[in-house]
Design a binder for this molecule. Structure first.
Ligand SMILES: NC(=O)c1ccc[n+]([C@@H]2O[C@H](COP(=O)([O-])OP(=O)(O)OC[C@H]3O[C@@H](n4cnc5c(N)ncnc54)[C@H](O)[C@@H]3O)[C@@H](O)[C@H]2O)c1
Length: 334
């Protein structure tokens, strides 16, 4: 009997030169998938890529639609993982139209090109920011969606767009709502930004500078904010699981990608002190406006439907980020 012919898979990864996209692209290649990379290098770096960038393109630019159609059909793309976006909350408040133009405009071009080229599978980088103010200990996907800044709004609009495309032309999509992404799977792919807590704390440890803790009297065990830190390598594996899911399942669904375990800001600082062997001075500050006390994922849905669960702890995230910062090479085992 002849074997059933299989379609060769080619995955377009947008934002592949970024912190998360570079981990996703490497994990896909390690799995034997063919990967095509697109990025405008606005915040990413080509040095993160294992192979030369296939297409340098701003997805929101006027020429993007034609270029995307050419790459989708020319490379025989079968699936898309869409990570390219601007992600700074504060900047999104200051430049809301710019953020909508980049994040939503880029997705308009991408989905239009996918529909025209009949590329019907997508994994979309969403965010826990779609929930806005959360008041429950564990946030499930059916929690109210009320983003409190243009960045979160752009992610929610993106989810609506994939749902509409699923209804109108049969897109199969997974909207992955990442919680606080941290750590490094490989030192050279580390997060080089300083907008997130763990890089901020490690930079402070490195330089002997104090760290500001916003909110010290909140209704949490130690009074500081509690967040869910998911290791970037776990997150990359979640994309692989989501890709397998959309290849076989109709519709568009949202999945929380978090550990289900909260870690307070003070605990992160303690872990950083243990990992770095340095003491970190804390400056207590008022809570930031609109910052919920606790944001922790209920990841049950991702486990039940995707078979994915986080393997790493907040300690692993801090440890791998510190090893990346201090130049210790080699993969972090997961
Ligand atoms: N890092 C987090 O904690 C976090 C949490 C939730 C969601 N996300 C989402 O994950 C995705 C990746 O985030 P990251 O942390 O890797 O950020 P990043 O800035 O490192 O990566 C984003 C990449 O997209 C590229 N890019 C941005 N806009 C583009 C455009 N218009 N056209 C082409 N390329 C463009 C950038 O050059 C960069 O390489 C984003 O969609 C972000 O919103 C990140």
């Amino acid at each position: 009997m002849n074997p059933i012919p299989t379609v060769p898979r080619v995955v377009l990864v947008t934002g592949a030169a970024g912190y998360i996209g570079s981990h996703v692209a490497r994990v896909l290649r390690q799995r034997g998938e063919t990967v095509v990379t697109v990025d405008d290098l606005s915040t990413g770096s080509a040095l993160r890529l294992d192979e030369p960038l296939d297409l340098r393109l701003d997805l929101a630019s006027p020429e993007a639609l034609g270029e995307l159609e050419a790459v989708l059909s020319g490379c025989g793309v079968t699936d898309v993982i869409h990570l390219a976006a601007m992600k700074q909350v504060g900047e999104s408040v200051a430049r809301p139209t710019h953020y909508m133009g980049r994040n939503v405009g880029g997705l308009v071009h991408l989905l239009t090109a996918m529909e025209r080229c009949r590329v019907e599978q997508m994994v979309f980088s969403s965010s826990a920011a779609v929930y806005g103010q959360t008041t429950v200990p564990l946030v499930a996907e059916d929690h109210a969606l009320a983003p409190v800044n243009p960045y979160g709004q752009s992610k929610l609009i993106g989810e609506w767009m994939t749902e509409n495309a699923a209804r109108s032309w049969g897109l199969r999509a997974a909207n992955l709502r990442y919680f606080n992404v941290a750590g490094a799977g490989w030192p050279e792919l580390a997060d080089d930004g300083v907008a997130n807590l763990i890089p901020i704390v490690l930079r402070a440890a490195d330089r002997g500078e104090p760290v500001r803790v916003f909110g010290t009297d909140l209704p949490t065990p130690d009074g500081s904010c509690v967040r869910d830190f998911v290791h970037v390598l776990d997150l990359a594996h979640a994309h692989v699981a989501a890709l397998d899911h959309v290849r076989t399942t109709a519709g568009a669904r949202a999945f929380n990608i978090g550990t289900g375990t909260g870690t307070s800001v003070r605990s992160v600082i303690e872990v950083a002190e243990a990992v770095t062997g340095r003491s970190i001075t804390v400056i207590e500050d008022a809570p930031r406006a609109g910052d919920p006390a606790t944001v922790v994922a209920d990841p049950t849905h991702a486990y039940r439907i995707l078979g994915w669960t986080a393997q790493c702890s907040a300690f692993d995230a801090v440890d791998s980020a510190w090893r990346a910062r201090t130049g210790v090479r080699g993969a972090v085992p997961v």
